[in-house]
Design a protein around this ligand. Structure first.
Ligand SMILES: Nc1ncnc2c1ncn2[C@@H]1O[C@H](COP(=O)(O)OP(=O)(O)OP(=O)(O)O)[C@@H](O)[C@H]1O
Ligand SMILES: [Mg+2]
Length: 269
């Protein structure tokens, strides 16, 4: 059974202007697809395609405009505040810029979601230390985020996202701010999270290599629509939609280290 199920889900932003026509932005258009339990599911597409909005619908950081979205058997549109809180405690999230609390030490950062959930201090600390051990940062519990490298910050971000024992982890460009080696480390950790705890991961990435390394399946987005979906290697080895073809071409160009003389003018020297 699908853990996350989108049925004709759309998200439209309406920005109200006083003296101009209201601006309508169709960020997600008629998305229908499933994410299975235990999967690592990737979302790719260029800037503004709607990836973050799509993923933020899952924990209702963005409210659904229309359609039916089910997470773990529950319809998540129109949840009460109480049910929303419960949903969010089942879904961890990690971000490109880590979003750690700079004024709290590492331990307090990881404890934070448990504090919100009303756990006792003793339970919070025990769980946070376990998780810091899991991500390899137990010795940094009393350090402040400002003293950590990017990769270490993301490990703390992952530990914090796991604090409430979520079923789902959302990763919005979680490795985009990291160098290649650190990216690999963090991807290894995410894979471990997926395998060891059976957590379903939904991951947004801009790079084909990240998707190939970790994603079982991917969805390609363009202008709010999912234009292609399938097993990662299949999609990249045999892209069907023009957007996917262009994406794969661009990635190959980047990896080959040569600027193609497509429009002319770039390759003159
Ligand atoms: N809060 C908002 N209010 C109005 N429009 C928004 C809002 N959030 C996103 N949008 C619009 O929705 C569209 C999709 O944005 P989204 O952030 O989901 O794209 P993305 O694929 O994640 O892009 P990027 O790769 O740059 O992160 C864009 O046109 C964006 O301007
Ligand atoms: Mg985004």
């Amino acid at each position: 059974m699908a853990l996350i199920s989108f049925k004709n889900v759309s998200k439209t932003f309406i920005t109200k202007h006083h003296f101009h026509k209201n601006e309508i932005n169709s960020a997600v258009v008629d998305a229908t697809f499933d994410i299975e339990e235990g999967e690592v599911f990737g979302v790719i597409g260029h800037s503004g395609a709607g990836k973050s909005t799509l993923v933020r619908l899952i924990n209702q950081l963005e409210k659904t405009t229309s359609g039916i979205l089910e997470v773990d058997g529950h319809q998540v549109g129109n949840l009460s505040e109480k049910d929303l809180k419960k949903l969010r405690s089942e879904i961890g999230m990690v971000f490109q810029q880590f979003n750690l609390f700079g004024a709290k030490n590492v331990l307090k950062n990881v404890e934070f979601p448990l504090k919100i959930a009303g756990e006792t201090k003793e339970n919070r600390q025990k769980k946070a230390l376990e998780l810091l051990d899991f991500v390899g940062l137990k010795d940094r519990a009393r350090t402040f985020p400002g003293k950590l490298s990017g990769g270490q910050k993301q490990r703390v971000g992952i530990a914090r996202a796991l604090a409430t024992n979520p079923k789902i982890l959302l990763a919005d460009e979680a490795t985009s701010a990291l160098d290649p080696e650190t990216t690999l480390d963090v991807l290894r950790l995410l894979k471990k999270v997926n395998k060891k705890f059976g957590i379903t991961i939904v991951l947004i990435t801009h790079t084909m290599s990240v998707a190939r390394i970790i994603c079982d399946r991917i969805a390609v987005m363009d202008s709010g629509k999912i234009v292609e979906i399938g097993e990662t290697d299949q999609v990249f080895n045999n892209p069907q939609h023009p957007t996917t073809k262009k994406f794969v071409q661009t990635m190959h160009a980047l990896e080959s280290g040569k600027l193609e003389d497509k429009e002319g003018g770039y390759n003159e020297n």
